[in-house]
Design a protein around this ligand. Structure first.
Ligand SMILES: Nc1ncnc2c1ncn2[C@@H]1O[C@H](COP(=O)(O)OP(=O)(O)OP(=O)(O)O)[C@@H](O)[C@H]1O
Ligand SMILES: Cc1cn([C@H]2C[C@H](O)[C@@H](COP(=O)(O)O)O2)c(=O)[nH]c1=O
Length: 198
């Protein structure tokens, strides 16, 4: 079973993901961007480059995802593992959807749908996506505004895209109010997992 954690920068995904490792010691815990491949390294270089080409950046993230799928996710699912990923394809749909919408790089009618279509032929849809919903200002403040994505205006556009994704796929997503204190957020996530993980 593939479970993904999604949300804005500073929503608390990594905090929750770390805490869940105690509750699910046999699960495969993984993340995007990956932190153990040269594809992931290339993505982190792009994140640090304020002038990165938005289309090139989309395909760097997507290359990292393709490698992540074949190297980590598919083998783990093949073994029957529970897989819990800190960010996955919805991050691309929401973030690169917003970046492409703000750029004149491509005249796309619907950038989010374009990014979804790029993934369609090869990616695997999660069974469950836990969306940590936080106000963009709170997310930016918690994240420390250290990179080009961690700004409230941009995160507001990303949040609008997440809302679209929840609307088009309500059965896959569980929304958690992540404006609350960490213990309350973790408790709510554990409840969702207890209801959904066999
Ligand atoms: N519910 C919470 N309330 C207040 N602070 C929180 C909460 N959850 C996490 N934090 C703090 O906010 C900061 C960002 O948390 P975390 O790295 O877990 O977020 P994230 O969603 O993984 O962010 P990013 O996507 O930028 O990596 C950390 O300092 C963390 O301790
Ligand atoms: C997977 C993915 C991530 N991003 C953005 C979101 C963050 O600002 C950075 C790094 O992620 P982290 O969780 O803070 O380590 O990258 C993105 O724009 N698109 C993606 O697909």
């Amino acid at each position: 079973m593939l479970v993904t954690l999604e949300g804005l920068d500073g929503s608390g995904k990594t905090t929750v993901w770390g805490a869940l490792q105690e509750s699910y010691p046999d699960a495969t815990f993984t993340r995007e961007p990956t932190d153990d491949s040269w594809y992931g390294e290339a993505v982190y270089r792009s994140i640090e480059d304020a002038d990165a080409d938005p289309l090139a950046e989309l395909f760097l993230y997507t290359a990292d995802h393709a490698d992540h799928l074949s190297r980590v996710i598919e083998p783990a699912i093949g073994r029957g593992d529970l897989v819990i990923s800190d960010r996955y394809s919805d991050s691309r749909f929401a973030y690169q959807g917003a970046t492409l919408a703000a750029s004149d790089r491509l005249a796309l009618e619907d950038p989010l749908e374009y990014v979804v279509d790029v993934h369609e032929p090869f990616s695997i849809e999660p069974d469950l996506t836990i969306y940590l919903d936080v106000e963009p200002e709170t997310g930016a403040e918690r994240a420390g505004a250290t990179n080009k994505f961690e700004h409230a205006d941009y995160l507001a556009a990303v949040r609008d895209n997440y809302e679209r994704l929840l609307e088009r796929d309500p059965d896959r997503f569980a929304r958690i109010d992540a404006n609350r204190e960490p213990a309350a957020v973790l408790e709510a996530v554990k409840d969702v997992l207890a209801e959904n993980v066999p």
